[in-house]
Design a protein around this ligand. Structure first.
Ligand code: DHB
Ligand code: FE
Length: 280
């Protein structure tokens, strides 16, 4: 059967993708950030997951004000790279896993979570920057990816509790798929940041540290945090962190924290990164 072996959380700041694409990773500003992912790149090269269930948010590239699904699952065979205004990033196209995605859709929807089924979609920095951070610049991504888009851009976002419970439904869906697959789940976005309005540039290091501790140790309690608290304490875009709870919900109650990294600044955003393993 398919199994979720590990969870990865990481910020997805678009400027990180640009730094890699433009060969700036050794510059003083960027070097400390990329150092925090060296362990992760080595780890994933050894783990060789077959599929990543990649929880991210679209930033008004695939969806716009015409329609915005709260939760959308990518069931296509492949996904193009979005043009976010400067042309699309020079990264390989993303190869999906349609059989698993359709199976998971059935399982999760019959488990009472409403999903939007997506058969054609381009993916933006929310998905491609985490892949770049973990895999560098390969000719082709060495893993299949099921994109799972969450609306945290247009009010109202889903609650942390719903996200955490959805993670549990995701786990049931993976574990009822017959094929032997090593599946990882990634939660992306965050940490504290606000890109707009009078509080633009807000960073809250204490909130971020507490959030990582609680995500690892007491996720069920953390799931009760209301969305206004994310926005007040971590900034309007800090609410992206509810996506980390989807990842956490899909893991064991007790996990092994393999790696933790936190860094400010990267563009306007506090970068956080965790690798959590289920017991074998
Ligand atoms: C930035 C961060 C994000 O998460 C994002 O989606 C867009 C921009 C930033 O810090 O610039
Ligand atoms: Fe974002």
């Amino acid at each position: 059967m398919a199994r979720i072996t590990a969870g990865v959380a990481t910020s997805h700041v678009p400027a990180i993708g640009a730094a890699v694409d433009l060969g700036k990773t050794k510059e003083d500003y960027w070097a400390p950030l990329f150092k925090g992912y060296e362990f992760s790149k080595q780890w994933i090269a050894e783990e060789k997951p077959d599929v990543i269930f990649l929880v991210y948010n679209d930033h008004a590239t695939a969806f716009d004000m015409k329609f915005i699904p709260t939760f959308a699952i990518g069931c296509a065979e492949r996904f193009g790279i979005a043009d976010e205004g400067w042309g699309s990033r020079p990264v390989p196209e993303v190869i999906g896993h349609a059989d698993l995605a359709w199976h998971m859709s059935q399982s999760i929807i019959q488990d009472d979570f409403d999903l939007t089924l997506i058969n054609e979609m381009d993916v933006d920095h929310g998905l491609t920057v985490p892949l770049t951070l973990m895999y560098g610049q390969p000719e082709a991504w060495p893993v299949r990816v099921i994109p799972f888009a969450v609306n945290v851009v247009l009010y109202p976002p889903p609650s942390g509790r719903r996200c955490y419970n959805l993670g549990k439904a995701i786990r049931r869906a993976v574990e009822s798929f017959d094929e032997d697959l090593n599946v990882q789940i990634w939660g992306t976005g965050g940490m504290s940041h606000q890109l707009q309005g009078p509080r633009a540039g807000l960073i809250n290091k204490q909130f971020d540290a507490d959030f990582m501790d609680r995500l690892v140790m007491e996720p069920n309690e953390l799931a009760d945090m209301p969305h206004v608290e994310y926005m007040r304490e971590a900034g309007s875009e800090g609410v992206e962190l509810v996506m980390w709870l989807i990842m956490r919900g899909a893991l064991d109650d007790k996990v092994n924290e393999l790696h933790r990294f936190y860094h400010v600044p990267a563009s306007n955003t506090a970068v956080g990164h965790l690798i959590l393993e289920n017991s074998k």
